[in-house]
Design a protein around this ligand. Structure first.
Ligand SMILES: Cc1cc2nc3c(=O)[nH]c(=O)nc-3n(C[C@H](O)[C@H](O)[C@H](O)COP(=O)(O)O)c2cc1C
Ligand SMILES: [Fe+2]
Ligand SMILES: [Fe+2]
Length: 407
């Protein structure tokens, strides 16, 4: 765990976590940080903690001692969000500190009881409430319900205008050295944009409307430093992550980069042959293509690529009267994440009766995604030259649609 001072009396403690599935689902090839914060006035407050694993909790205590904080003497724990990646440690903490108070939202108070049986010394705050730690350190609390969970809030240090934003403004990706935006190289910034989109699409995407409200709230707070629970701290240009988050919200609602993702699968190569032709055609046109062959491509990467692309091509054969299952599973996940209003086109091979294209439309309808489709093409066995031409014409039409919505 690394410790860094980020403003007068405010310290970050950051731990890299790797080799886990985040939320038990998402592979995080490049890890993720769990960021915890200490605010020192006359009293000491800890804002968000770490996951409840023994090793992580011990590391947190050791790091607190490095910045002269005795964990058993911490006065307040501010729980911005009860998800265990931030709050799992509290179960252990109550064994070593008998006298701390918890500040959280009313919804988090219910979860404290149901997760850890904690009822006493809990203050459930209203939006805008403050806590005076003495020595000029006043914290204010800003409820952002359903930014991930119904309990979420953000904590602002009124003096330095540091916003400890928990999941809001977060990103995947571990950090070894450069924790602040103004220290990062251009390559690191690009990596964090990619990891930010992956985090947003995997974890936050479903809640984009509520994220939009949290952005509006942030803009009323005159924030100078944004200190999330995952990823880098923005002190050089806090507006940059606010703008990025606005952009990510728009990707969920139909905008996208000038990229086309091909979500595809093939059993014996009939559909694959056409995918290859289409891919070459798009690349010749200078369009960035993400080739997502299911089930080989990781779900986290698949969701992230579809999320950020203005255009999507679904190419899959019929399997037992329905859509090739790995592509159906992928589309189901895209539906759960409510990735809406993309420009799209689909095609695929069938042997006797077909059915894949019908199920694609059923899934889009089921999740009310409102994708704007070019007329689908279903071909029998190997696509003829004529069918190939019809598919290429379909791709041209898709490119026109993508041009209208790409940023
Ligand atoms: C396990 C399996 C199940 C299939 N089920 C159907 C089906 O229900 N209806 C149909 O029209 N074709 C069905 N087919 C035929 C394929 O859709 C057809 O062979 C197609 O050309 C495969 O394209 P691909 O090589 O891109 O996988 C099935 C093929 C396999 C191997
Ligand atoms: Fe969360
Ligand atoms: Fe989190």
């Amino acid at each position: 765990m690394k410790t860094k001072q980020i403003a007068d009396g405010i310290y970050m403690l950051s731990m890299n976590v790797e080799d886990i599935l985040f939320e038990g689902i998402w592979s995080i090839a490049n890890g993720v940080t769990l960021n915890s914060y200490i605010v020192k006035g006359e009293k000491t407050a800890l804002v968000d903690g770490v996951i409840g694993w023994d090793g992580a909790v011990d590391t947190l205590y050791a790091s607190l001692k490095e910045i002269d904080v005795d964990p058993s003497k911490i006065d307040y724990v501010i729980v911005n969000h009860m998800e265990p990646d931030h709050s799992g440690w509290i179960d252990n903490f109550k064994k070593i500190n008998k006298d701390f108070k918890i500040i959280c939202s009313p919804k988090a108070a219910d979860l404290l009881d149901s997760f850890f049986g904690i009822k006493d010394n809990v203050t459930a705050v209203k939006d805008g409430a403050t806590l005076d730690l003495g020595n000029g350190k006043i914290l204010s609390f800003h409820l952002v319900p359903n930014v991930h969970w119904p309990d979420t809030m953000m904590t602002l240090d009124e003096e330095s205008k540091t916003l400890m934003s928990c999941d809001m403004y977060g990103a995947f990706g571990k950090i070894e050295e450069h924790f602040f935006d103004d220290e990062m190289t251009d390559v690191e910034k690009d990596n964090f944009e990619e990891e930010g989109i992956r985090y947003f699409s995997n974890v936050m995407g479903t809640f984009a409307p509520q994220v939009g409200k949290a952005i509006e709230k942030t803009e009323t707070l005159d924030v100078k430093i944004i200190a999330p629970g995952h990823g880098p701290i923005y002190r050089g240009n806090p507006q940059s992550i606010i703008n990025d988050y606005k952009r990510y919200c728009s990707y969920r609602m139909g905008k996208g980069k000038n990229e086309i993702s091909i979500l595809w699968g093939s059993m014996y190569g009939m559909t694959e042959r056409v995918v290859k032709e289409i891919r070459e055609m798009l690349e010749k046109d200078g369009i960035k293509v993400n080739s997502l062959q299911m089930p080989y491509v990781d779900t986290s990467d698949m969701v992230s690529a579809i999320f950020r692309s203005a255009g999507v091509i679904i190419a899959a054969p019929t399997y037992e009267y329905k859509l090739f299952p790995p592509v159906a599973v992928a589309l189901d996940e895209i539906g759960r994440k409510k990735i809406s209003k993309k420009a799209a086109f689909c095609f695929g091979s069938y042997g006797w009766s077909g059915g894949a294209q019908k199920e694609i439309m059923e899934l889009i309808e089921k999740y009310k995604l409102g994708w704007d489709f070019v007329e689908p093409v279903e071909f029998n066995g190997r696509a003829s030259d004529e069918e190939l031409q019809i598919i290429k014409d379909g791709v041209e039409k898709l490119i026109e649609k993508v041009k209208k919505i790409a940023e």
